[in-house]
Design a protein around this ligand. Structure first.
Ligand code: S3P
Length: 424
């Protein structure tokens, strides 16, 4: 594993294109595998997580070709076949939770597993509601590996206590194979890429507020261009906002309102952001973002915005260290269940850099503005978003820092460092 030293004290200038959205890439290859015919996915993510989904779908008998890294061609008869081996989801919670929903209603058995981190993540949140639909699933301590015995599912009405797009998608995908209607409600709206893409593929699916209904459907193959990932763009937005004299344009960023919490927070903090060239791709809004350095001020982040920026909270902690006043993040307890406990990890590492930050059970409190120290080694906790958040912090440290095991960025964003360097 490689250690990395982020460049220090260099302004960001120029234009880059933000690579493919990880969440949409997962869904595109999974749903194309369920459609009878040929689908073409352009600008597919080359992160390791979406590639885990490709490998699982291939093991289920779907013909998937990767061309020039970014184009994926899926040829399917609309059905999965029993896998010959255990299905390895790698580091990807999205692959495991969504595939569990799809596999629960098949006529064959399967086993889903993952890496060390994924084997520690909570799966009760999907096993319990799927069981209510008639699924036959077992997992020791509700942790992977997950053993699925194919079963006939029936639709249910389910109100989730958490706002999780992975749980919602799992249930909606189980609903695609269940008799009768499946009705799913979440407290606050989480990312809705599953709903939009299934609708685009002519599924019988409707959403009203935070409730979605789905019935058995035949999916139509498609050709789509995956938009750029706002969660990847967030590191550049944060970097340009805190490094003096920066002015950058990020092209092709997905602007689905269930993902744009980071834009709202940056605006609240006094960020200098402009959205240009707004358009649409396969039901997903997309645009370019111009962002310049600005004097940031603190804010409070809680309630319904949390699911709309859940993956951006570690880099928001970095932003808060450079904002005047006290920034408080609440209601984000699920951050402790990600690739690592992201509340513990970001607080611990930013403290090492001299930030005035404390953790709370459901978030953190940061007092700014602090000038961050350098000549320090920080840990990624084998978490891609921790690695990129610490890189962003490194840009404003007084002296260079060393980030250990930086290669974990490859999970979602292998081009991260190269694109950062392009802007320096
Ligand atoms: C994702 C949903 C979120 C997010 C993850 C991707 C998805 O997880 O953190 O990176 O693609 O559905 P939760 O559903 O656990 O909140």
């Amino acid at each position: 594993m490689r250690n990395v030293i982020p460049p220090n004290d260099k302004k960001l200038r120029g234009t880059i294109t933000i690579p493919s959205d990880k969440s949409i890439s997962h869904r595109a290859v999974m749903f194309a595998s369920l459609a009878n015919g040929k689908s073409v996915i352009n600008n597919f993510s080359n992160g390791k997580d979406p590639l885990s989904t490709v490998s699982v779908c291939k093991n289920l008998g779907v013909d998937i070709e990767l061309h020039d890294e970014k184009t994926v061609i899926v040829k399917s008869n609309g059905k999965f076949r029993a896998p010959a081996e255990v299905l390895d989801c790698g580091n990807s919670g999205t692959t495991m939770r969504m595939m569990a929903g799809l596999l629960a209603g098949q006529s064959f058995n399967s086993i889903l597993t993952g890496d060390e981190s994924l084997q520690k993540r909570p799966m009760k949140r999907i096993i319990e509601p799927l069981s209510l639909m008639g699924a036959n699933i077992s997992a020791i301590g509700y942790k992977a590996p997950i053993n699925i015995t194919g079963a006939n599912l029936h639709g249910i009405q389910y109100s989730s206590k958490i706002s999780s797009a992975q749980v919602k998608s799992c249930m909606l995908l189980a609903g695609l194979f269940a008799d009768g209607e499946t009705i799913y409600t979440e407290p606050y709206l989480s990312r809705n890429h599953t709903e939009l893409m299934l609708k685009y593929m002519n599924a019988d699916i409707t959403t009203e507020g935070t409730t979605t209904r789905i019935n058995k459907s035949v999916l139509t193959p498609f050709k789509i261009n995956v938009v750029g990932d706002i969660s990847s763009a967030a590191f550049f937005m944060a970097a340009a906002s805190i490094v003096p004299d920066s002015d950058i344009i990020l092209q092709n960023v997905g602007l689905n309102p269930t993902r744009t919490g980071i834009l709202e927070v940056l605006k609240k903090m006094g960020g200098n952001i402009e959205i240009l060239n707004k358009r649409e791709e396969a039901g997903e809004p997309v645009g370019d973002i111009r962002i310049k350095y600005s004097d940031l001020k603190s804010c409070t982040i809680d309630g319904d915005i949390i699911p709309r920026l859940i993956d951006e909270l570690p880099v928001i902690a970095v932003l808060a260290t450079q904002a005047e006043g006290t920034t408080t993040v609440k209601n984000a307890e699920d951050l402790r269940n990600k690739e690592t406990d992201r509340i513990f990890a970001i607080v611990n590492e930013l403290k090492k850099l001299g930030a005035d930050i404390i953790d709370t059970p459901d978030g953190f409190i940061v007092n700014g503005k602090t000038s961050l120290n350098g000549r320090i080694e920080v840990e990624t906790y084998h978490d891609h978003r921790l690695a990129m958040s610490l890189f962003t912090a490194g840009l404003v440290c007084k002296k260079p820092i060393i980030i250990k095991d930086f290669d974990w960025v490859d999970i979602s964003f292998p081009e991260f460092e190269e694109l950062m360097n392009n802007l320096m």
